[in-house]
Design a protein. Structure first.
Length: 78
C-alpha cells in the first residue's frame, strides 16, 4: 500500500490567490490578506493586508512581503 506525502510547501502554493492569516514570530501579531505569491523559502507576497495585534484589528497595510524565516504559521481564512 503506497501513500503519498504532501509537502507543506505544496499546501501553501495551493493557497495562492486566496485569503490567508500569517502569524509572525515573537510579536503576537497576525496579518490577514490575499496571498499573491510564494517561493521555495516560504517568502510570501500579500495584498489587501490588515494587521491584527492580540486579536484587535490594527492598520491596513496594503501590499506586504514577509520573509519566510519570520513566519510562525500560515492558515487559510475559513
Amino acid at each position: 500500500m503506497a501513500t503519498s506525502i504532501v509537502l507543506p510547501i505544496k499546501k501553501v502554493f495551493a493557497l495562492v490567490d486566496s485569503q490567508i492569516v500569517v502569524e509572525i514570530k515573537d510579536e503576537h501579531r497576525k496579518l490577514q490578506g490575499r496571498l499573491i505569491a510564494v517561493d521555495e523559502y516560504l517568502n510570501i507576497h500579500m495584498d489587501e493586508t490588515t494587521e491584527y495585534i492580540d486579536n484587535q484589528r490594527g492598520r491596513n497595510l496594503g501590499t506586504v512581503v514577509i520573509r519566510g524565516n519570520n513566519i510562525l504559521t500560515i492558515a487559510p481564512v475559513i
